[in-house]
Design a protein around this ligand. Structure first.
Ligand SMILES: N[C@@H](CCC(=O)N[C@@H](CS)C(=O)NCC(=O)O)C(=O)O
Length: 299
């Protein structure tokens, strides 16, 4: 149910994505893809009674982004993908920072919030998932006990699995360009291994992370767990996780969610040294953005 559409939301008119145009090759690729987008958006306008798709998803095809495309596909609700190309600094644009002040994607904007008020934005993938689960009444657990099982495992993912695997990847990618990384690598390799163990013990006697039902907890963990090989993990060591991964991989909506935007991903090995160092300068060693000098609650 994904539409890469900008015609419906005037503020995104033009490209439907943040970031500059990129290389000629990429621009040509995007032009080709725009056929599909235009066709999709016209169909959408002609076929719908309302001219607004309810959920905008600010997205780039990474594991954190895919949590939400999986959920939106599973819920079967319409959403508009607005590409936030993090390798080109789209996450630092003012328009995006108003939605997601932590300069990270994903984030959502609900144009039809329950209180009928102005559009409501949510950042942090876990919070977005909880919001959508509550809005749709799906995949968030039912009853107090199941709901809190779900929330605990979503929080576990957000505070542990995502950050630790992310840091492991960061130090592994450095290789020896910044000096000896062996301690950092050992630290995060061990943590990642430990976390697979946590999931394995959990899934030993439960079909899904929160119990008998497939929920946002599984959708949050799946896109991170599916990359076990690149994370230096032998999945055969974690056979209950393997069983869970194999079962989830059969779900058509999950597959669709995992595929959203796959054509946008860049093969970094094809980039020039200059392009790679530009990406590194954007993503590594970020420091605080200055707040306005005057006003606020000080005066
Ligand atoms: N805890 C955040 C993490 C999001 C996150 O780290 N997003 C990355 C891509 S996976 C990002 O936007 N990075 C941009 C940057 O590092 O400037 C969430 O789960 O939403």
């Amino acid at each position: 149910m994904a539409g890469v559409v900008d015609a419906l939301t005037p503020k995104h008119k033009g490209s439907g994505r943040y970031g500059d145009a990129g290389s000629a090759k990429r621009t040509a690729l995007l032009a080709l893809r725009s056929w599909a987008r235009v066709e999709f958006s016209l169909n959408r306008i002609w076929n719908s009674t309302s001219t607004r798709i309810m959920i905008d998803l600010h997205y780039w095809p990474t594991p954190n982004g895919k949590k939400l495309t999986i959920l939106l596909e599973e819920c079967g609700i319409d959403y508009t993908v607005i590409y936030c190309e993090i390798g080109r600094g789209a996450q630092f644009e003012d328009e995006f920072l108003r939605i997601s002040p932590n300069n990270r994607m994903p984030a959502i904007v609900d144009h039809d919030p329950r209180d009928n008020g102005k559009p409501l934005s949510v950042f942090e993938s876990g919070a977005c998932m909880m919001y959508l689960a509550e809005k749709t009444g799906q995949f968030g657990g039912s009853g107090q006990r199941e709901k809190w099982e779900v929330y605990q495992w979503v929080m576990w993912q957000m505070a542990n699995q995502g950050p630790k695997i992310g840091e492991r990847g960061h130090f592994a990618r450095l290789k020896d360009s910044q000096g000896d990384q062996s301690y950092a690598l050992r630290r995060f390799n061990d943590e990642v291994h430990r976390l697979y163990g946590v999931m394995n013990n959990r899934l030993y006697d439960r079909r899904y992370l929160a119990g008998d039902n497939y929920t946002i907890a599984d959708m949050a963990c799946y896109p991170w767990s599916v990359g076990w090989e690149a994370q230096g993990i032998d999945i055969n060591e974690f056979k209950y996780v393997k069983r869970w991964l194999c079962e989830l991989a059969q779900r058509p909506a999950l597959k669709r969610g995992m595929d959203v935007g796959s054509e946008m991903r860049q093969d970094h090995s094809q980039l020039s040294e200059k392009e790679v160092s530009h990406i590194i300068s954007l993503l590594y060693n970020q420091r605080a953005r200055p707040a306005p000098e005057h006003g606020g609650l000080l005066e």
